[in-house]
Every structure is written in C-alpha cells, then in structure tokens.
Design a protein around this ligand. Structure first.
Ligand SMILES: C[S@@+](CC[C@H](N)C(=O)[O-])C[C@H]1O[C@@H](n2cnc3c(N)ncnc32)[C@H](O)[C@@H]1O
Length: 250
C-alpha cells in the first residue's frame, strides 16, 4: 500500500529531526551577512512561490496558476533550463519546479519571466517535505533530473531516489501519470528498479547510456538540463528511467 511521507518517516527527517519545512523570513534569520538572494526570494513575487505560503495550495494548485490544467512537478530545478523548456513545449500543462537554494530559485524565476512563461512557477521547498503540498492522485507528471547523488555509502540515506520517496510518489501520482528520471549516477536506477518491485509502477523503459542508445521517450518531449550538459561534455553516460503509475484498483 502506498502512503504519504509523514506516515512513513524517511531517514533524513529522523536524522535532522525536522519533519516540517521551515522557511524563515529574513528578519527571523538574525544574520548580518544575509545572502542577498534570500531577500530577493521573499520580495520577488510571481513566478516565485514562497515556501511558507505553499501549503494553502494543497488540493488547489489551480489557484496558484490561476487556471485549471494538469499539474506536472519537477524535483530540484537547478538553473531552470528544463522547467522553462518543458513549460514552453507543453503550454496546456501547469509546471511547478521545486528548488531549495535561494539563488537558483531567483535564476529560474528570471528565466521564466524573460521567456514570458505563464504556465510555470518556481517554489522554494524541501523535496523531503513535499507531502505537505499535494493530495493523493494529484500529480499528472513528475520529473527528476540529476538529483544529488550522495555517492558514499554512509550518505545513502540522503538519496531522494529510494523507497520512502518512491512510495509517497506512487500515492501522489494520478493513475497513468509518468515519472521520468535522468541521472549521472547509475546506482539511482538500480535502486529505483529494486524498490518499485512491490509498488504500483510499470517500467516503460530504461537506458544506461541515453545519449548514445536513446532515451526511453521521444527526444522531442525532453529538454537537456544544466547537469546533463556537463556530463555529456565529459563524455559520461546519462541514465534514464521511465515509470508509469498503474491504475488504482477500486
Ligand atoms: C545536481 S543538481 C541538478 C539540477 C538540475 N535538475 C539539472 O539537472 O541541472 C540538484 C538540485 O537539487 C536541489 N536540491 C537538493 N536537495 C534538495 C531538496 N532537499 N529539496 C529541493 N531541492 C533540492 C539542489 O539545490 C540542486 O539545484
């Protein structure tokens, strides 16, 4: 059975003893050398969604986008190339990018504004706390590109591509929705293939060298990310996995 993350606490939350995402206001941070991007983040406005305001949209993301459309989620948007490109390619969908770093949130926001994109938002939030924000079966598509690998064994508990997250995601995804993963860390693919064995996903395709052998989806449906480009330039393989949420049995 799939469950929300909160019913299924993840190792990272237990270690940090932080089950809720904290998004302090600049005046609450008491830091003279405050990162200028922190202030920019709180004052920027559209298309930035401030983390502490985001819970109001649970079950009502249409209010944030000011229109009804299927909701796609990108986890760890980085510089925003993917979010910008996918929102442009798919204007009929609402695109929500999640990113924890202030500077990157502002970079993404600027990209979206410069391209006059109306169907994307960038939210500052912690991936580990995403279950605050979505209802069961509410995500029409999920994209996870080059999540932090945490390559050392003692760091493995920090990897988002593991059982608790995959379990929650199956709960949050709509029937038939796809979860597309690109990574430079092959272990992510092996782990996911193993942990989903008893979860309601179908593997639609996997590639262990997507730029040479092809992605398990049409190239026209994809956008090269910043990290992906770095790995291509170094002639290193990109691994890709395409999952589909199975239809719920009523
Ligand atoms: C390796 S980068 C990949 C960025 C982008 N997806 C790409 O492919 O170029 C991982 C991104 O995830 C973000 N990130 C890491 N941990 C996060 C968390 N707990 N919640 C939200 N974003 C996180 C990082 O700040 C970073 O931008």
């Amino acid at each position: 059975m799939t469950r929300p993350l909160k019913d299924n606490p993840h190792p990272q939350a237990i270690i940090s003893k932080r089950l809720d995402f904290l998004d302090p206001l600049p005046e609450e941070m008491h830091n003279e050398d405050l990162n200028p991007y922190v202030k920019a983040y709180f004052t920027h406005g559209h298309p930035v969604v401030v983390g502490r305001d985001a819970k109001q949209y649970k079950g009502n993301w249409e209010a944030c986008f000011q229109r009804q459309a299927p909701l796609c989620l990108e986890i760890g948007s980085g510089n925003g190339f993917f979010l910008e490109g996918m929102a442009q390619k798919n204007p009929e969908l609402n695109w929500l990018g999640v990113e924890i770093r202030y500077k990157r949130v502002i970079m993404v926001a600027k990209k979206l504004q410069e391209s006059n994109i109306e169907n994307a938002r960038i939210l500052r939030y912690d991936n580990w706390c995403l279950d605050d924000l979505f209802e069961e079966g509410s995500l029409a598509g999920v994209y996870c590109n080059h999540p932090d690998p945490w390559t050392k064994k003692r760091q493995a508990h920090k990897r988002i591509l593991a059982k608790p997250f995959a379990n929650w995601m199956a709960w949050a995804m709509a029937d038939g929705a796809e979860w597309r993963i690109k990574t430079d860390f092959e272990t992510h693919i092996d782990t996911m293939l193993k942990v989903i064995e008893d979860l309601p996903y179908t593997v639609l395709g996997v590639s262990r060298d997507a730029h040479r052998n092809g992605f398990p989806w049409d190239n026209a449906e994809d956008v090269t990310t910043n990290y992906e480009r770095k790995f291509i330039e170094r002639n290193l393989p990109i691994y890709a996995l395409r999952l589909q949420r199975q239809v719920r049995q009523s």
